[in-house]
Design a protein around this ligand. Structure first.
Ligand SMILES: [Zn+2]
Length: 406
């Protein structure tokens, strides 16, 4: 019997210092300088000066939508969210690979790339019922030693305009979904009050957080944000509401963006951005200066909406930095915080710390510093989840293929 589960020797910490880290029962047991004798461990990793950083957080992904694990699907163009939703439905119907296997393929990619905590949206509408949710709940259970997954019940086909969806969302929140989603109250449902009242009342009924996709542009999107702010404050949901995308914040004047952001900050609403290449996106620096949690996610990975992405949140941090014209070490460190601490704070309600008793979720990369890791996006030499080494040299360490089991 070893006194320690894991001993990480010769680690370079984000502050540049060298240290060794002892892990017991999934938690940091001791942090010491390299020369201290910490005792025997079941697993010993000598990092030889490689960087030990927190596990990555993918705060917005769609595991159920991916084509990963199925043959390549040529992208079909669509001009609106509604059109794309219909194209997606038709494409997914043609796939013979079940949702569990597709999701598992994508999940393994995300895990190998260092993600240890994830929020996935799952489509809920009458044509699929709760089938996608059941599949993702099964996958979540299968991979529980590798990653923590929070599930959002997501009305991709609309809520008011798609009869039967509301009852399914209600049911989903009793059958594995943790968060209630929403989507373009104006653009999808043409009923801002009806859509938001339904989402907020489900959140109140089940005591869950809210995460609303908002693609609606410019002034329309700003109006909807103000409606979301009003309801968040009225129900005292400070710290429990997210708006994903919120492109509108990047489409209006700097003055209006600031005023709206001040209201968002007052209501404790967080913003998720993927820093998309083809669209305006929220001003990350302004939002963070106002104290708004800004986090990120892979969103669409090889699916009907987007053929790209490797579900690598270090790559996403680099994209956020690139699109925001971040160049200094402080700015690159901000991009890293967006894909680690800030995401964890939104999803779990607390910022993980590097201290005795904290959960031992780490990645190890060959880099001098966090800014260097963001700029160069090196291979994850190790991924450590709850003190267990789950990935070595970019490959999952496992006794058999979990993809085949689901
Ligand atoms: Zn999304």
């Amino acid at each position: 019997m070893h006194p320690l589960d894991l001993l990480i020797r010769q680690a370079r910490l984000p502050d540049g210092s060298r240290a060794q880290v002892a892990v017991k029962a999934g938690k940091i047991h001791q942090i010491a300088s390299p020369e201290v004798e910490l005792g025997d461990a079941h697993t010993v990793l000598d990092l030889q000066g490689d960087l030990l950083c927190p596990g990555l957080v993918d705060g917005h992904i769609h595991l159920d939508k991916t084509f990963w694990g199925a043959p390549w699907q040529p992208h079909i163009l669509g001009n609106s969210v509604k059109q794309r939703v219909e194209i997606e439905k038709q494409l997914l119907k043609t796939l013979t690979v079940p949702v569990e296997q597709r999701a598992a393929h994508l999940l393994e990619q995300a895990i190998a790339n260092g993600t240890t905590l994830m929020r996935t949206h799952v489509d809920i509408h009458p044509e699929v019922g709760l089938r996608n949710l059941e599949g993702i709940v099964q996958v979540r259970d299968r991979y529980r030693d590798y990653i923590d997954i929070q599930i959002v019940a997501f009305p991709q086909s609309g809520l008011i305009s798609c009869p039967g969806t509301l009852a399914l969302l209600d049911q989903a929140l009793t059958e594995g979904a943790d968060v209630i989603g929403g989507l373009d109250p104006a653009g999808m449902d043409q009923d801002i009050a009806g859509h938001l009242d339904a989402v907020f009342s489900l959140a109140e009924k089940h005591g869950v957080d809210i995460d609303i996709h908002l693609h609606d542009p410019a002034q329309l999107g700003i109006f909807e944000l103000e409606q979301i702010i009003q309801r968040t404050e009225a129900l005292g949901m400070l710290g429990h509401v997210v708006v994903s995308h919120a492109y509108c914040l990047g489409m209006v004047s700097a003055d209006l963006a600031r005023t709206t952001a001040e209201h968002l900050a007052r209501a404790g609403i967080a913003i998720m951005t993927t820093a998309p290449g083809h669209l305006a996106f929220p001003p990350v620096t302004l939002l963070r200066e106002l104290g708004i949690p800004v986090f990120s996610g892979s969103d669409d990975v090889r699916n009907a909406w987007c053929p790209f992405s490797k579900a690598d949140m270090l790559e996403r941090a680099a994209l956020i930095a690139y699109r925001s014209d971040f160049r200094t070490d402080a700015e690159l460190s901000t991009a890293f915080a967006i894909v680690t601490a800030d995401g964890a704070k939104v999803i779990q309600g607390a910022t993980p710390s590097f201290s005795i008793g904290a959960v031992a979720d780490f990645i190890v990369v060959a880099a001098d510093s966090i800014p260097a890791a963001v700029a160069t996006q090196p291979l994850k030499k190790y991924v450590i989840k709850n003190g267990q080494v789950t990935v070595r040299k970019g490959e999952l360490s496992r006794p058999m293929s979990l993809v085949q089991q689901v």
